[in-house]
Design a protein around this ligand. Structure first.
Ligand SMILES: [Zn+2]
Length: 927
């Protein structure tokens, strides 16, 4: 009996021993070792190029590495880190959550004029405990932010700077450094002129403990190698952070939403990226802070490596547009920080170290252009307590360089409206910077103040300011110097929508024009147009601007492209590629496919789900990807299906499927063909298949395959999808359209519903008996005529619909009567009623169109009055003929000055012998 118990205890302690984590070091690692051991499945502690690579592993994996012949040595153990945490002497060492919070609260009391403490979010522990789970009662931590500025209660028109620390639990030295920086500022505010100026003229935010739950796991020595937060991944309601493969926690520094999704998808991984971007309260808190304040630059502290990293970092070779200025500030800071054993910190682009996705810096810079840096402090996760003060003091100068960065080599100013003087959100484009490197969001002046800040290197730049509805302005030879700020306040004037774009849409293979292709300038409410029989389109009366333009047609891959419409008339022709049938049996990958990543997908003649051919991902190396995508217009709610097969390293190399950039599914390991189906909404969508590898191991054929893609089509295809009735002949002669059952099953047409409140339409010679079985592939042609009743001949018809219901999952097709019916001809004069239709758009800015019709020739006045009843503008005062009329108001009053924002009234008066007609409509001018 006693012997059994002893045996059991011994066995248990051996398990614990092997689950103990250690840092192991590869000295002078080869490229092969770097590539293998910086992959997602490894917990990389530090990498110093040319010196060493450190990874964290359980003890028994260390033994495995030795047995596999790797030359590694242990540099840090949990035992040693515990000793480092608690010096056992009178040294301060590391503070815990309670001490940290008490200090922040005391600071707020001691410096009420310049400090304000904010609770910016609950940790998971707080959330779980609030939900009644007592296992988390010791983890009821908040995420705290301290703001330092004069007028600290106000959001002022000033740049923001941030100092963040301890995203990673086992890096408490970062908290110590940021608290030291904070104390240094407070000690010197009011006496040091530079620090005083920088606090008075900036808004400085400190979040010294981003991950308070994880911090407690480390400071309580539950698991001193813990990195993540404590998200309850396995939902067992209790903390799982110890042992061999603890299941809880997300790595907050892999959870930000810029190129999120490339880090580990495994709960047990120390770099688990979370179930979705910004799934974690810690990253949400920082995100909300960034969104609410106009940050220009900031530091996020980690340990260890004695490095400073600047964005981007999400993939190899992702050079930031601001690389020169980012790197200059990085070096300026790095050379001031002494290393623990000589030398100074190393400045480096983040991607050049090893790629990782979802980081703070990539998000801050990609989203807002914030010059965000990671400082990797010290030479071990938790340096011994006696080194803490030294490391903190060594970092002050760099933090003050950051604090002072907006005082020089910067372009800043306000962008305002020439009429109202109000701020404008304009894009600030610096030539030679913003047209280089990989994508980040454009710099936009802020909404509240119209302020912008651009950190640059010294030199001479051409800078453009552009906002929708305004005339763009370019300033040449703007001088930036290291002595001072360069201030450039910009006033933009309203533009006029006189530009137009036109061109021809053709089939890329045949060169023939495509009729009924849709061309659209996105985001600004500009109506789409369709091509005529010659493939021609024209969009008139738009502002000169840089637009996203979308072109699509049935059975063709769509295109979305950014176009600059800068001339009065811009000619843009496009070729569309017809969609492949998705079986790949032709042996050709047509032009509708767009390849991305490091290798193209190819036809594979050796494997197929059906038939003989499929497509497979290209051959790629570590940390690479091979993408294929197609974009198309989907007329009605539908689905996409395809067969997929994968052969890869399980849980690390994946075949992934995305719709519009949103991950739908991912597969790894050895999985045979299976059919996948996903719902798709109406509209233009992009479908992407991507094979993605991390570093290191490759297994199986190391690729993914796709076959039998059934791209979404409507249950019933209707062409053309829009019927234009542009003339009376169109109404009388009718327009034909074709219904085609593109499903491979029959569809029952149950009902044909007629709608249309102000006019009648009918399908000529309609003689189908309902319900009608529309066989797979069957085509029906219909002729639609529009009958105008006498009393309704003057009506405008907008987007009335013909709806054909079917019983197949309630799918239906809609045909848009998308044009106005207001044209008579000599042979068929239309009899109009006298009516005032008001203006469109309404509210409007900068111009709007009034429409009215007259039954007979009349004397007409159309006047605009303000809300006090004062006449603002006379648009018409003359005799007009019977028929349809329209007039544009450009928002100017009778003196040619722009009218102010607000409510107006438009009044139409029409008289003749038999008529005295008056109608009043409200008009809203919005600026
Ligand atoms: Zn870290």
């Amino acid at each position: 009996m006693t012997r059994n118990i002893i045996f059991f205890v011994l066995f248990f302690s051996i398990c614990t021993l092997f689950a103990e984590h250690v840092v192991v070091r590869f000295d002078n690692p080869s490229d092969e070792i770097i590539s293998k051991f910086t992959a997602n499945e490894y917990d990389v502690a530090s990498y110093k190029p040319g010196e060493y690579l450190d990874i964290v592993v359980p003890m028994d994996e260390y033994n495995d590495l030795l047995e596999s012949g790797y030359s590694v040595r242990i540099t840090q153990t949990e035992e040693q880190l515990k000793v480092n945490l608690n010096s056992g002497t009178d040294l301060a060492g590391y503070r815990d959550y309670e001490e940290f919070l008490a200090e922040l609260q005391q600071i707020e009391i001691d410096y009420p004029d310049i400090c304000k403490l904010y609770d910016i979010g609950d940790s998971w522990g707080k959330i779980y405990s609030d939900n009644g789970n007592t296992n988390y009662d010791d983890f009821q931590h908040e995420i705290w932010a301290l703001k330092i500025s004069d007028n600290v209660e106000l959001e002022e028109d000033e740049p923001g700077i941030y100092y963040l620390a301890e995203h990673h639990a086992r890096e408490p030295i970062s908290l110590e450094v940021v608290m030291t920086v904070l104390e240094h500022i407070l000690d010197n505010y009011g006496t040091d002129p530079a620090i005083t100026d920088n606090i008075n003229n900036q808004q400085v935010w400190f979040v010294p403990l981003v991950n308070p739950n994880g911090h407690k796991v480390v400071t309580d020595e539950v698991e001193t190698m813990w990195r993540k937060n404590i998200r309850d991944n396995n939902e067992n309601g209790s903390l799982n952070v110890t042992g061999y493969n603890p299941s809880d926690g997300v790595d907050p520094n892999r959870n930000y939403d810029w190129e999120w999704g490339g880090a580990s998808t495994s709960w047990t991984s120390e770099t688990y990226q979370g179930p979705s971007a910004f799934s974690e309260p810690e990253t949400q808190a920082v995100q909300e802070l960034m969104a609410a304040h106009h940050f220009v630059a900031g530091l996020s502290y980690h340990s260890y490596s004695e490095l400073i990293l600047y964005p981007f970092g999400y993939a190899d070779g992702v050079i930031a547009p601001d690389q020169a200025a980012l790197s200059e500030l990085c070096t300026d800071m790095a050379v001031t920080i002494s290393g623990q054993y000589g030398g100074t910190y190393t400045p480096q682009a983040s991607w050049a170290l090893y790629p990782c996705t979802g980081t703070t810096d990539d998000y801050a810079y990609g989203m807002y252009g914030i010059f965000s840096y990671t400082i990797e402090l010290a030479t071990e996760f938790i340096p011994p307590a006696y080194q803490v003060e030294d490391i903190c003091l060594n970092n002050i100068e760099a933090s003050m360089i950051m604090l002072d960065r907006t005082s020089h080599s910067i372009l800043l100013g306000h962008v305002t409206d020439s009429d109202s003087g109000l701020p404008i959100q304009a894009e600030i484009f610096v030539a030679g910077i913003d047209d280089t490197g990989v994508y980040r969001n454009p710099y936009i002046s802020d909404q509240e103040f119209g302020t912008y800040y651009r950190l640059l290197t010294d030199g001479v730049y051409d800078v453009s300011f552009q906002a929708y509805g305004y005339e763009a302005q370019t300033f040449e030879n703007v001088i930036i110097t290291s002595d001072d700020q360069t201030v450039l306040d910009v006033v933009l004037s309203n533009g006029s929508a006189t530009a137009s774009v036109s061109g021809v849409i053709s089939d890329a293979n045949t060169g023939l024009p495509i009729e009924n292709a849709v061309v659209e300038l996105l985001d600004y409410g500009i109506p789409a147009v369709t091509t005529n029989a010659q493939g021609e389109y024209t969009i008139n009366n738009v502002f000169e601007y840089s637009y996203d333009m979308q072109i699509y047609a049935d059975d063709y891959a769509s295109i979305q492209i950014q176009v600059d419409i800068t001339e009065q008339t811009t000619e843009l022709d496009f070729d569309l590629y017809e969609l492949d049938d998705g079986t790949f049996e032709s042996g050709v990958l047509g032009g509708c496919w767009v390849f991305g990543g490091n290798a193209d997908w190819q036809i594979d003649p050796t494997v197929a789900y059906e038939g003989f051919l499929s497509i497979r991902s290209g051959s790629i190396g570590d940390n690479q990807n091979s993408d294929i995508e197609v974009s198309l217009y989907v007329a009605n709610e539908d689905e996409i299906s395809f067969s997929r097969k994968v052969s890869s390293e399980a849980d690390y190399d994946y075949l992934k499927f995305y719709i519009d950039g949103e991950l739908q599914d991912l597969w790894s390991g050895n999985e045979d063909w299976s059919v996948q189906t996903y719902p798709v909404t109406a509209g233009v969508h992009t479908f992407q298949w991507s094979y993605v590898k991390d570093g290191g191991v490759a297994n199986g054929s190391d690729c993914g395959w796709i076959d039998n893609i059934l791209l979404p089509t409507s249950a019933i295809m209707v062409s053309p999808s829009i019927l234009d009735f542009l003339s009376i002949e169109d109404c009388i002669d009718g327009k034909s359209f074709v219904i085609n059952n593109n499903f491979d099953v029959p569809v029952t047409m149950n009902d044909i519903t007629q709608t249309g409140s102000v006019f009648e339409w009918y399908i000529d010679d309609f003689n189908l008996e309902l319900p009608y079985i529309l066989e797979a592939g069957e085509e029906l042609e219909f002729l639609v005529k529009v009958a105008l009743t006498t009393e309704n001949r003057s009506r405008e018809i907008l987007s009335e619909n013909l709806i054909i219901s079917t019983d197949n999952g309630n799918k239906y097709v809609t045909i848009n009567f998308d044009e106005t019916l207001n044209v008579g001809t000599e042979d068929n004069p239309l009899v109009f009623e006298t009516e005032f239709y008001g203006n469109y758009p309404n509210p409007f800015n900068p111009s709007t169109t009034f429409k009215f019709s007259l039954r007979s020739n009349s004397q007409v006045e159309l006047n605009i009055y303000n809300i006090k009843g004062q006449l603002v503008k006379t648009l018409i005062n003359k005799e007009l003929q019977a028929g349809f009329h329209s007039v544009i108001w450009n928002g100017e009053n009778n003196s040619g000055k722009p009218a102010t924002s607000g409510i107006y009234f438009s009044i139409v008066d029409a008289y003749n012998e038999g008529l005295d007609f008056t109608s009043i409509k409200k008009v809203i001018l919005l600026k």
